[in-house]
Write a protein that binds this ligand. Sequence first.
Ligand code: SF4
Length: 216
Amino acid sequence: MYVGLPHLFVRFWNCNMNCHYCDTDFRGPYQEISSKELLEEIQTQIHTSGPFHAISLTGGEPLLWTKFLKQILPDLKAAKQTIYLETNGTLPHSLREIQPWVDIVAMDIKPPSATADRAYWAEHAEFLKTAAESGKEVFVKIVVTAQTVLSEIEQAVALVAGVNPAIPFILQPVTPWGAVKERPSAEQLEQWRATARRQLNDVRIIPQVHRILGVR
Ligand code: SF4
């Protein structure tokens, strides 16, 4: 939704999912940092490279770290920073804990073909409802691969439409990298886009710009 605007990424270690296309080494080496050190580092980055459209909490899965987030978010909001939460949308209870300080929720939907795991439809539905009812800005993204099946798109679309058909819905074609050898075809994308548009007002196809630019 905000392609082209500068965000300052705060990457959190670890994730509760294991998507086969994941491009983040979130279980690799990490830097332990106190809330005070992180706030100082953010101020330094704002001073040297800002201003930023938002501070982007990403990962891994940032909602695994709500205790820490509650230590930094009030100060960032007091400093009038926009807080953008990038999340896999499976931890609604954790969202409720930090919701007061979040401005934009960028929620992923992870269909079983992406995770090789059980379906998370119930968690996703509760998460989206929680985010939408908070009155905060929310949009949904689904990374699509050549293995994505139409029924998964239909289920994701129905889930979003059941909460609010005006919520923007983004199809993001995966970029071949590592274990991912192919991208979805133009025909697949068009079929999924048309399917989504029948129930939703705002459907977009946005590529993985970070991979095009070589940004990790
Ligand atoms: S939810 Fe995101 S960070 Fe976690 S495994 Fe999937 S792509 Fe990677």
